[in-house]
Ligand binder design. Structure first.
Ligand SMILES: NC(=O)c1ccc[n+]([C@@H]2O[C@H](COP(=O)([O-])OP(=O)(O)OC[C@H]3O[C@@H](n4cnc5c(N)ncnc54)[C@H](OP(=O)(O)O)[C@@H]3O)[C@@H](O)[C@H]2O)c1
Length: 251
C-alpha cells in the first residue's frame, strides 16, 4: 500500500509498538523522527536504517517537546503525521495505593500526549493539514483490576480524542486514537497472568499503519478482544462486576 506521509514523528519509539511502527515505516521509505528517553537505543536503530532520525526526549518535559518538534521541522521540513505513543504501565494493587504511583503514570501517559499536542498544533493549524494520532488502550474502555493507575489515563486519552476531533477536523487536521489490546512488548512482559488474544508487535504495527493510512478515527485490535470489551461496556454494572470477579479475580 502506498503510504501518504513523507515525514512522521513518533514518541515512544525506542521499544515496543512505537519502535516497530517506526521500523516498518522507514523500511517503506518514510522519514521517521524517533523520540524516547533512551538515546542509545534510538541511535542504534538509526544506524540500521538511515530513514530513522533520533530525537531523544522525555515527554514530561513540555519545553523539550516543543523545542524538539521545532528542530525536526527545521531540519527535515513539514511533519505530516505525529504518533504520540510514549507510555508507561505498572500493575497497582490496593497495597500500593500511593499518590506517586498515579502521578508518574498520569505525567507520561496523559500529560505527555498533551505536551506533544501543544507543540504541534500551531504548525498544523497554520498549514491547515496534518494527522495526529495517540496511543490509548482497550484498558480505557472499562475499568479492570490492577489497572487503577493506568486505565484512567487511557480512558482520558480516548475522551480527549473525542473532544478534539470535531474542532481539528474543521481546521483540516485528522485525529486518530489507537487502542491496542495485549501486544507482546517490554510493557506487557511484566504481566504474570495469561493475556487473552495476545498479539505480536509486528502485526500490531502493521494494523496501526493501515488504519492511519485510511485516516480511521479509531484503530483498535485485535478485533475479537475489542468487541468483547465493547459489549462488556454495555452490561449493567452488577453483571459486569460479577463477570470480572469470576473470570479476572477468580474469587
Ligand atoms: N503492549 C500492549 O499490550 C499495549 C496495549 C495497549 C496500549 N499500549 C500502549 O502502547 C504504547 C507503547 O507501549 P509498548 O507496549 O510498546 O511499551 P514499551 O515497549 O514499554 O514502549 C514504551 C515507549 O515509551 C517510551 N517512554 C516511556 N516513558 C517515556 C517518557 N517519559 N518520555 C519519552 N518516552 C517515554 C519508552 O522509551 P524510553 O524508556 O526510552 O523513554 C518506550 O519507547 C504505550 O502508550 C502503551 O500504554 C500497549
Amino acid at each position: 500500500m502506498a503510504l501518504p506521509w513523507r515525514l512522521v514523528w513518533i514518541t515512544g519509539a525506542s521499544t515496543g509498538i512505537g519502535a516497530e511502527i517506526a521500523k516498518q515505516l522507514a523500511e517503506q521509505g518514510v522519514v521517521v523522527a524517533t523520540s524516547a528517553r533512551k538515546a542509545d537505543v534510538l541511535q542504534a536503530s538509526a544506524k540500521l536504517n538511515p530513514h530513522l532520525k533520533p530525537y531523544p526526549l522525555d515527554v514530561t518535559d513540555a519545553s523539550a517537546v516543543t523545542q524538539t518538534f521545532a528542530r525536526i521541522e527545521r531540519e527535515h521540513g513539514s511533519v505530516d503525521l505525529v504518533i504520540a505513543g510514549a507510555g508507561t504501565y505498572a500493575p497497582l494493587s490496593l497495597d500500593q495505593f500511593k499518590p506517586e504511583a498515579f502521578q508518574s503514570t498520569y505525567q507520561v501517559n496523559y500529560l505527555g500526549v498533551i505536551n506533544v499536542l501543544a507543540a504541534i498544533l500551531p504548525s498544523f493549524r497554520a498549514k491547515k493539514s496534518g494527522h495526529i494520532a495517540w496511543i490509548a488502550s482497550v484498558a480505557g474502555y472499562i475499568g479492570l483490576p490492577q489497572a487503577a493507575s493506568y486505565g484512567p489515563t487511557k480512558a482520558a486519552l480516548i475522551n480527549l480524542a473525542e473532544c478534539l476531533q470535531p474542532d481539528l477536523a474543521v481546521e483540516g487536521i485528522t485525529t486518530s486514537i489507537i487502542n491496542p489490546g495485549f501486544v507482546k512488548t517490554p510493557l506487557t512482559a511484566q504481566n504474570e497472568f495469561d493475556m487473552p488474544f495476545l498479539m505480536d508487535v509486528e502485526e500490531a504495527a502493521r494494523q496501526t499503519i493501515i488504519g492511519l493510512a485510511k485516516k480511521k478515527f479509531e484503530i483498535a485490535y485485535p478485533w475479537k478482544f475489542v468487541w468483547i470489551l465493547k459489549c462488556l461496556q454495555l452490561l449493567p454494572y452488577p453483571w459486569f462486576f460479577g463477570l470480572v470477579r469470576k473470570f479476572v479475580l477468580k474469587r
